[in-house]
Design a protein around this ligand. Structure first.
Ligand SMILES: Cc1cc2nc3c(=O)[nH]c(=O)nc-3n(C[C@H](O)[C@H](O)[C@H](O)COP(=O)(O)OP(=O)(O)OC[C@H]3O[C@@H](n4cnc5c(N)ncnc54)[C@H](O)[C@@H]3O)c2cc1C
Length: 441
C-alpha cells in the first residue's frame, strides 16, 4: 500500500494549493460591535456578509487560521436538498412528514442563494453546474430513489431523473452501482476559493474578521453580551454561534446536540488525459446511497480524481485514511489502480440527532449548526437567514429554524462511541449489498 503515495505526498488539502488558511495580519478585536459571530467558516462569513450588506456592524471571531475548519477542506459538491435528512445512519428524510417539503424548498433556496452570491460578489471559484449522479448501492435503493424523484422535483426543484443500470456508463466509467439518480440542479466548486471569495467580500464591506481569537466565555452584559477571546473582549448586542463540527465547551448545551464526525479525502496525481476524461464523462459530482457514503469528482482542471468518504468516523492520520480511500476508489474504478495519491486530508462535519440542519436561539444566542455532511450551500444559507432574522428582514422563518433541537440523555458531547458506530454502519452497508444481490438474482 505504501506504493499508493506519490513521492511529493502531502497530508494537507489539495485545495490549499490555491488558498492556504492564514493567520497573517491579525485584525485587532473591536471593543464593540452590534453582532459578534463565533466561527469563521462559510456559516460565520455568510452571516457577516449579509449583516454588513445591510449596514450592521459585526465581528467574526475565529479560533484558528482563516479557513481552518471544514470550509476549505470539503469536496466542493453543491446540492440543493438531495441530502437533507440523511444522517450518519443513512436514515432518510421522512417524505410524508409535513416538514419535508418545507425543508426541501429551503434546500432549493440554498442552491439559488449560493449561485446568486457567487455571481453578485464575483467569486472566482470554478462554479460549474454540471449536476450530480447518486449511485444506487442495491436494487432496493434504486427503487427507493425512484420513489423520491417526485418530491425532489416538486419541493426542491431538483430536476432529478433515474438512470437505469443499462445506461449507467453514460454517467460513470464503472458498473459498480445498480443504476442511480441524476440531479441536474447540482454543482461543484473549488471550496477554498469559494471560502476566500466570501472572506474578501466580507472584508470589502468592512467586517472585522479576527484570526486566532478563540472565544472562551460569553456572559450577559448590559442588554447584550461580553464575548471574551484569547486576544481580547468585545461587547455585542447579539452573538451568533457558527462552530458546526468544531463546537466545543463554550456552548455545552449545543455541544451535546451535535456529533462531530470526520470526513476524509484523497487527491490523485494528474491522470493521463484520456483516462481522466473518461471517468465521469459529464463532469458531475458523484455520491451513493450507502449509509457510509463516498463522494467524488474530478478536480476543477479535470486532471485528478478527488475521492472522499468516511472510512473512519474520527480524525485519523492520512497514512491510515488514504489507503482505505484508495481501495474504495479502485473498487469503483479499477482503472485507477496505479494512480498515486498526492494529497490526503480530513475535517469535521456535524451531525444532529434528527439528521437535520438547525438554526435558532439558545441562552439568548443565535446558532446555526448541523450540516450533516452537506453544508456548502446549507450553511451559507443558514448564515444568510440568521442575518436576515437579526435584521428583522426575514419574510418568514426558515424551515431549519425550529425550537426542537433534539439531544439524548446518554450523549453529553463526547463522541467516544464513533469508532464502533462507524464499523457497525459499514457492516450494515456490506450486508445490504449481499442481501440486495441475492434478492436481485
Ligand atoms: C472532508 C469534508 C468533505 C465535505 N464535503 C462536502 C461536500 O462535498 N459538499 C458539501 O455541501 N459539504 C461538504 N462538507 C461539509 C461542509 O464542508 C461543511 O458543512 C461546512 O464547511 C461548514 O461550514 P461552517 O462554517 O458551519 O463550519 P467550519 O467551516 O467547520 O467552521 C467552523 C469554525 O468555528 C471555529 N470555532 C470553533 N469554536 C470556536 C471558538 N470557541 N471560538 C472561535 N472560533 C471557533 C473553528 O475553528 C472553525 O474554523 C464536507 C466536510 C468535510 C470535513
Amino acid at each position: 500500500m505504501a506504493g499508493i503515495f506519490h513521492r511529493d505526498f502531502q497530508a494537507k488539502p489539495y485545495w490549499w494549493e490555491a488558498y492556504q488558511p492564514t493567520a497573517q495580519d491579525p485584525v485587532e478585536i473591536p471593543a464593540r460591535a452590534r453582532v459578534a459571530i463565533v466561527g469563521g467558516g462559510y456559516a460565520g462569513l455568510s452571516t457577516a456578509l449579509e449583516l454588513a450588506r445591510n449596514g450592521a456592524d459585526c465581528v467574526v471571531l475565529e479560533a484558528a487560521e482563516l479557513g481552518f475548519g471544514a470550509s476549505t477542506r470539503n469536496g466542493g459538491a453543491v446540492s440543493g436538498g438531495v441530502n437533507i435528512g440523511k444522517g450518519f445512519s443513512g436514515k432518510k428524510l421522512d417524505q410524508d412528514s409535513s416538514r419535508a417539503a418545507a425543508m426541501l424548498a429551503d434546500g432549493a433556496d440554498a442552491f439559488g442563494l449560493i449561485e446568486r452570491l457567487i455571481a453578485e460578489e464575483g467569486i472566482d471559484c470554478h462554479w460549474k453546474k454540471t449536476g450530480r449522479f447518486v449511485g444506487a448501492w442495491t436494487p432496493a435503493h434504486y427503487a427507493a430513489q425512484q420513489k423520491s424523484v417526485a418530491l425532489l422535483n416538486g419541493a426542491a426543484k431538483s430536476d432529478a431523473v433515474m438512470v437505469p443500470r443499462a445506461r449507467q456508463r453514460e454517467e460513470i466509467a464503472s458498473d459498480y452501482y445498480f443504476g442511480g439518480m441524476v440531479v441536474e440542479r447540482a454543482a461543484n466548486l473549488h471550496p477554498a476559493l469559494y471560502y476566500k471569495g466570501l472572506l474578501d467580500a466580507a472584508r470589502r464591506r468592512g467586517v472585522a474578521v479576527c484570526v486566532l481569537a478563540n472565544v472562551e466565555h460569553v456572559t450577559p452584559h448590559d442588554s447584550g453580551f461580553l464575548v471574551r477571546t484569547t486576544r481580547g473582549a468585545v461587547q455585542a448586542d447579539e452573538v451568533v454561534i457558527a462552530t458546526n463540527g468544531y463546537t466545543g465547551d463554550l456552548t455545552p448545551n449545543l455541544k451535546r446536540r451535535v456529533v462531530p464526525i470526520a470526513s476524509h479525502i484523497i487527491a490523485t496525481e494528474d491522470l493521463p488525459e484520456d483516462l481522466a476524461r473518461s471517468l465521469i464523462p459529464k463532469q458531475r459530482t458523484l455520491s451513493d446511497t450507502r449509509r457510509v457514503l463516498n463522494y467524488y469528482r474530478m478536480s476543477p482542471d479535470g486532471k485528478r480524481m478527488i475521492f472522499g468518504g468516511r472510512p473512519r468516523f474520527t480524525q485519523v492520520d492520512a497514512k491510515t485514511s488514504a489507503p482505505l480511500l484508495h481501495r474504495m476508489m479502485t473498487d469503483r474504478f479499477p482503472q485507477l489502480r496505479d494512480a498515486r495519491v498526492t494529497h490526503a486530508w480530513t475535517g469535521n462535519t456535524a451531525f444532529t440527532l434528527d439528521a437535520l440542519p438547525h438554526m435558532g436561539r439558545d441562552d439568548g444566542m443565535h446558532y446555526l449548526l448541523g450540516c450533516n455532511g452537506s453544508g456548502v450551500a446549507v450553511m451559507t444559507y443558514m448564515g444568510w437567514q440568521t442575518a436576515r432574522k437579526i435584521l428583522g428582514l426575514a419574510n418568514q422563518p426558515s424551515a431549519f429554524d425550529s425550537e426542537e433541537f433534539p439531544d439524548h440523555p446518554l450523549y453529553s458531547g463526547n463522541p467516544w462511541f464513533l469508532p464502533a458506530l462507524g464499523s457497525w454502519y459499514r457492516l450494515r452497508d456490506r450486508l445490504d449489498r449481499t442481501i440486495g444481490n441475492i434478492g436481485a438474482v
